[in-house]
Design a protein around this ligand. Structure first.
Ligand code: NAP
Length: 438
């Protein structure tokens, strides 16, 4: 029997574990620093994207399967010394994702009211350790937010802020976040700042169409100055969804504001050049992309959220490519008996499903390497020592522990008339998970 350790219980770690245990001679232990599994699905996917979140049902089958063990609340490099996994397992796979932020590098980013997607997304998703609560308005006031970046995360953030408590009350968004969206984080206007032209964005069509649906209920979606910049060429619109996206933007550009309570305004072909304010953010200046010295417009804002892609974070003991924000690897091989999968392998792009193929590729290579290895080494004593050691250092949460959290969140949900409410307090999560039943 070969024993594999996986660090990271998000979709990539789960897909890698599922691929591994298809081989009956393999067992897998999955470690995660959080007491809960599912990583990005639980804390990155937008709370109103219930269908995408439901992939947890598939991942649960893997974590609950024979020859797979879950150890939550265990941090590699803190609770597990660097190198200890290699002593205890035949191979170690890191699927730690990309949770860091990227900054624009412009003046004013140190002002209060400047946030990154890596602050806001974990906050509204109830992450127990990460995220910053938005504090941008006084109770009773409405505020204006600019989001920089033309990816789907920008659209997620815009949608969540504009939906507010009323549009999210049937989701698992924690009560504390819903209360904030009603008081000091109450938003009625969002500007999305896109450095390219409208024909050349990374937004996907279904995510844009969600705003069309919202505009039937009190949301004005417009294009700043009705300006779509240069007309696209036939080649730009060769892909049918690019044509549909362009048609949607063109329709929004001709729309007259109806005086709706909430507004979403897209700006194309402009780049932020500075953020101004006395102590806190109050203005964002934009320049035409490619002509960065000539300011074109200034918008009054209460907050700026930079959503220009996540950054991977180094893993203790491994080389890190700071430029690409990944662990250098070849087909997932990242050193002796060391492998990577998911965003930390290939960078922070692609939908959840893309991680299945990515993790599958790494696991195929890993299993090939294991079967080509000269001799079996018995690491069972090191493994026993490592797991015993963990129980003295932290309170590992096993799969039954996670199921106790799951049950508690479902019960909490019934109090609020929804399927689940997330528990956000880290200590409380561990207490629930490790409670011994009477
Ligand atoms: P992303 O898709 O890589 O988009 C990042 C955006 O930031 C790009 O538009 C990029 O512009 C822009 N950008 C980068 N540097 C910039 C700068 N200095 N100034 C201005 N703009 C800058 O990243 P993401 O939105 O974080 O999404 C990550 C992945 O998750 C994507 O693959 C996304 O599709 C996926 N995702 C999917 C869903 C869904 O399916 N519902 C939801 C959320 C996320 P350029 O295009 O000009 O480089």
């Amino acid at each position: 029997m070969s024993h594999i350790a996986i660090v990271g219980a998000g979709p990539s770690g789960a897909f890698a574990a599922a691929a591994a245990v298809k081989n009956p001679d393999v067992s897998v232990d999955v470690f995660d620093r959080l007491p809960t599994p599912f990583g990005l699905i639980r804390y990155g996917v937008a709370p109103d994207h219930v269908k995408i979140k439901s992939v947890t049902r598939v991942l649960s089958k893997t974590f609950g399967a024979e020859r797979v063990r879950f150890f939550g609340n265990v941090e590699y490099g803190r609770d597990i010394p660097v190198g200890a996994l290699h002593e205890a397992y035949d191979a170690v796979l890191f699927a730690t994702g990309s949770t860091g932020s990227r900054a624009l590098g412009i003046a004013g980013e140190d002002l209060i009211g400047n946030y990154s997607a890596a602050d806001i997304v974990p906050w509204y998703n109830g992450h127990p350790l990460r995220g910053s609560e938005m504090r941008i308005s006084e109770p009773g006031e409405k505020s204006t937010v600019a989001i920089v970046g033309a990816g789907n995360v920008s659209l997620d953030i815009a949608r969540i802020l504009l939906k507010g408590r009323a549009g999210l009350s049937d989701t698992d968004v924690p009560e504390s976040v819903l209360a904030a969206l009603d008081s000091h984080a109450s938003v009625d206007e969002v500007h999305i700042i896109v450095r390219r032209g409208a024909a050349d964005v990374r937004f996907t069509l279904p995510e844009l169409q969600e705003f069309d649906r919202m505009s039937e209920e009190d949301l004005d979606v417009t294009i700043y100055d009705a300006d779509l910049r240069s007309e696209p060429t036939a080649a730009d619109l060769a892909d049918p969804t690019a044509q549909q996206r362009w048609d949607l933007f063109s329709r929004w550009a001709t729309r007259k504001p109806t005086g709706a309570d909430r507004r979403l305004i897209f700006h194309f072909g402009v780049t932020p050049s500075r953020i101004d304010g006395v102590n806190r953010v109050s203005e964002l200046t934009l320049t035409q992309s490619g002509h960065e010295l000539a300011p074109t417009r200034t918008i009054r804002v209460d907050a700026v959220i930079t959503s220009i892609g996540y950054a991977g974070e180094p893993i203790p003991g491994l080389e890190f490519d700071h430029e690409r924000s990944v662990i250098p690897n070849e087909l997932g091989r990242a050193g002796n008996r060391t492998y990577v999968a998911g965003w930390i392998k290939r960078g922070p792009t692609g939908v959840v499903g893309a991680n299945k193929a990515c993790a599958g590729e790494t696991m195929r290579v890993l299993l090939e390497d294991l079967s080509a290895a000269d001799q079996d080494v018995d690491r069972s004593d090191a493994r026993k020592r490592l797991l015993a050691d963990l129980r003295t250092k932290c309170s590992p949460v096993d799969w039954e522990g996670w199921q106790r959290i799951d049950d508690a969140e479902v019960v909490l949900g019934t109090e609020f008339g929804c399927n689940r409410k997330k528990i956000t307090d880290h200590r409380r999560l561990v207490e629930i998970a490790t409670a011994v039943s009477a």
